[in-house]
Design a protein around this ligand. Structure first.
Ligand code: AMP
Length: 293
């Protein structure tokens, strides 16, 4: 009988995908019965290393990690990219299995917003800071509503969000506190490409030429931070930052210096801690970024 050569078996990672509340509840009940804590990482899929960094942080903070993948129509305006937003569930699940995620929660819209759905959360405070909200007035209502639903569905102990979406992180932190949702919100620093561009699922929309220009967004933020730290007047620094971005081909929605916690406008270093926040379009692609001063 021929002998088989020994095979080095790498265990095939398998991560269950729940698509209905019933399946989700069954999986969560097993975690809870074992007394395990649960971390949730909400995403819209098309995962990159930024998302996987949130997953790694979640694994350090809780016994079980649940990642939700749901492209939430409620946070897109009709003119925005909801239908073209990249969707790659199979590749995402494979990456999450590799990263040791315990469960993927991937509801469809019939599960998330069934017929008769009639409640929408209207966040205030950081959601009305005059930044993203000024350009995407529907956005934080949609985010707050879906995050409240995800928290209700998964009932996590903690939830992990990226500082990449800095205003969103503040809105979600307020939401959890204000509605007594008892979910501890953890913010993770922005993961960047080697040239400084913040990782984003939307970077895939950039042409080769736009991709070469895109790191200017981070470069200008860093330059503004250096100048503000050196005591230069904030207003003038931001004005020249906006001009520098325009020279690089960006159409700037905003470049602002805000209080890092309240997002209130600041006039000098002593009003700090300060966070710089920017949103700008390269062609049809809208990019956002932010940086501590
Ligand atoms: P999204 O799938 O774009 O809704 O993002 C899901 C989560 O990943 C949000 O909490 C984002 O802030 C976070 N995230 C996205 N890009 C990055 C990044 N480059 N670094 C860190 N977190 C990120």
């Amino acid at each position: 009988m021929p002998t088989r050569p020994p095979v080095a078996r790498t265990p095939v990672a398998r991560t269950p995908v729940a698509r209905t509340l019933k399946v989700l509840d069954r999986a969560l009940a097993r975690f809870r019965a074992a007394g395990e804590t649960v971390a949730l990482v909400p995403t819209m899929g098309a995962l990159h290393d930024g998302h996987l960094t949130l997953v790694r942080q979640a694994r350090r903070k809780a016994d079980r990690v649940v990642v939700s993948i749901y492209v939430n129509p409620a946070q897109f305006a009709p003119t925005e990219d909801f239908s073209s937003y990249p969707r790659r569930l199979a590749a995402d699940v494979a990456a999450l299995a590799e990263a040791g995620v315990d469960l993927v929660w991937a509801p469809d819209t019939a599960v998330m917003y069934p017929d008769g759905f009639a409640t929408r959360i209207a966040p205030e405070g950081p959601a009305l800071a005059g930044l993203e909200d000024a350009f995407r007035p529907h956005f934080f209502g949609g985010v707050a509503t879906v995050v409240a639903k995800l928290f209700g569905q998964v009932r996590p102990d903690i939830a992990v969000f990226g500082q990449k979406d800095y205003q969103q992180l503040k809105v979600v932190t307020r939401l959890s506190a204000d509605l007594d949702l008892r979910v501890k919100i953890i913010g993770v620093p922005t993961v960047r490409e080697s040239d400084g561009l913040a990782r984003s699922s939307r970077n895939a929309y950039l042409s080769v030429e736009e991709r070469q220009r895109a790191p200017a967004l981070h470069r200008v933020l860093a330059d503004c931070a250096t100048k503000i730290n050196a005591g230069r007047p904030i207003r003038a620094v931001l004005e020249s930052g906006r001009k520098a971005l325009a020279r690089e081909g960006f159409a700037v929605d905003y470049l602002e210096a805000r209080h890092a916690e309240t997002l209130a406008p600041v006039r000098s270093l002593k009003d700090g801690p300060i966070r710089l926040l920017v949103a700008a379009k390269l062609g049809t692609t809208r990019l956002i970024d932010n940086l501590a001063v």
